[in-house]
Ligand binder design. Structure first.
Ligand SMILES: [Zn+2]
Length: 212
């Protein structure tokens, strides 16, 4: 049964990397046990509290090398709830004010790896975001500057190459607008793959949400 979010899966991937690093740098059983203890604490805090999570945590304790880790992650992926995949028509409806919406290559996504569907239009410098919440899509759009620099992404909080994204939001009265600018990952695919907590992108979207 599918019960993990994509972000949960990313978290598991990150924790497995941490475990493999510990295994490759230490032969001390107590050290490894301590690392596994910390990983278990983090996972118990983030994952749904079910028997299946107990099983996953138990399996993680058995991982001793890269091969085990790959098998573990492959098995865990079958528990991931995929992103609700939109069609091109869905996207046109979601961004209906966009006259020439550039549609991303929807066939090429692995929906079990998408927490936030985001893409850019290189011609107009517009960037689009679609997230899913309680079975519904929520969107955000804005413009990005071409210049990139090193910095911390507002969404995934990682040190990375960022550029300035600006969303313009309609105010309470008809003719007032407010703009919000943030540095975010230059590459939306990298940002998506960094997200091990869906709250981060949900907060970003709601802080910058455009009235429709
Ligand atoms: Zn990011």
């Amino acid at each position: 049964m599918e019960f993990l979010t994509v972000a949960n899966y990313r978290l598991l991937t990150r924790q497995i990397t941490k475990l493999l690093n510990a295994l490759s740098t230490s032969k001390d059983k107590d050290v490894i046990a301590a690392v596994k203890g910390l990983i278990e604490t983090d996972l118990r805090a983030a994952l749904p509290q079910t028997d299946q999570t107990d099983t996953i945590v138990h399996q993680l304790h058995q991982v001793t090398d890269r091969t085990d880790a790959d098998l573990f992650l492959h098995a865990v992926k079958s528990y991931v709830i995929p992103f609700k995949a939109p069609t091109a028509e869905d996207l046109k409806k979601l961004f209906k004010k966009e006259k020439r919406l550039r549609i991303p290559p929807l066939q090429s996504y692995d929906w079990k790896e998408v927490t936030c569907l985001s893409w850019k239009d290189g011609g107009t410098h517009r960037q689009y975001f679609v997230i899913e919440q309680e079975g519904k899509w929520k969107t955000l759009q804005g413009v990005t500057k071409v210049d990139t620099l090193k910095g911390v992404c507002r969404i995934c909080r990682q040190h990375t190459l960022v550029n300035l994204f600006t969303a313009t939001v309609r105010g309470k009265t008809e003719d007032t607008f407010t703009s919000y600018s943030h540095y975010i990952c230059e590459d939306p695919a990298v940002c998506n793959s960094n997200l091990d907590n869906a709250e981060q992108i949900h907060t970003f979207i709601f802080e910058n949400q455009q009235n429709k």
